[in-house]
Design a protein around this ligand. Structure first.
Ligand SMILES: Nc1ncnc2c1ncn2[C@@H]1O[C@H](COP(=O)(O)OP(=O)(O)O)[C@@H](O)[C@H]1O
Ligand SMILES: [Mg+2]
Length: 187
């Protein structure tokens, strides 16, 4: 299955979550690849520098259980990738100020998704026990797209992961990634 992560805005955590969610699923025993559609090539550089080779860069000659697709903030170049995906995940900050950008993203990508594909929001950078964290279901409702019940917290180890890989993640972070990956493949 192809899982595409997107947002019309940069810096929301698309690349970080592409690589870490792919590792979570690989740690759970699946054969997982990353397809880097961002010309900046950050996910490619990250995976090339990874000690663990559990997640590979996409190669069309190999079979995978899941392919995570990282994308640039430019949505107009993604039509083909959208047409082949089973799940489109909008990686979104928990900020009410980003509701409009995310709505624009939804409008831009929805027409290109296959009828059977699921479209979901994944909130990233959430500070637990804050008023904003409690408002996330309302924000999702305003955007008009179902959000995964798992949200990704703001954690320093996610920044360290760019250098240290999956090993940088503490237990709580790993658990969060496993839960999110499971929701993505099943719900
Ligand atoms: N949940 C998080 N907690 C802490 N830092 C994060 C989190 N998600 C992303 N970041 C950091 O935010 C920055 C932007 O993330 P990145 O994945 O490159 O975004 P995008 O690919 O959407 O442009 C990076 O420095 C990354 O380490
Ligand atoms: Mg990126």
């Amino acid at each position: 299955m192809n899982i595409l992560l997107c947002n019309g805005k940069g810096g929301t955590g698309k690349t970080t979550l592409t690589v870490l969610l792919a590792h979570a699923l690989a740690e759970a025993g699946k054969k997982v690849a990353v397809l880097d559609r961002d010309p900046q090539g950050t996910a490619t550089k990250w995976l090339n520098g990874c000690e663990s080779k559990k997640v590979t860069l996409y190669d069309h000659t190999s079979k995978h259980d899941a392919v995570f697709i990282d994308t640039p903030p430019r949505l107009d170049t993604l039509k083909a990738a959208l047409a082949s995906c089973s799940v489109a995940v909008i990686v979104c900050s928990p900020s009410p100020a980003d509701i409009w950008t995310t709505r624009d993203t939804v409008e831009a990508i929805r027409p290109h998704l296959p009828g059977k594909a699921r479209l979901r929001i994944l909130f990233n950078g959430v500070l637990t026990n804050t008023v904003l964290a409690r408002e996330l279901p309302d924000i999702a409702k305003r955007i008009g797209v179902k959000a995964f019940s798992t949200t990704i917290s703001r954690r320093q180890c996610y920044q360290h992961a760019a250098l240290l890989g999956w090993q940088a993640l503490d237990l709580a972070a790993r658990e969060e990634m496993f839960k999110a990956a499971l929701e993505i493949v099943t719900e």
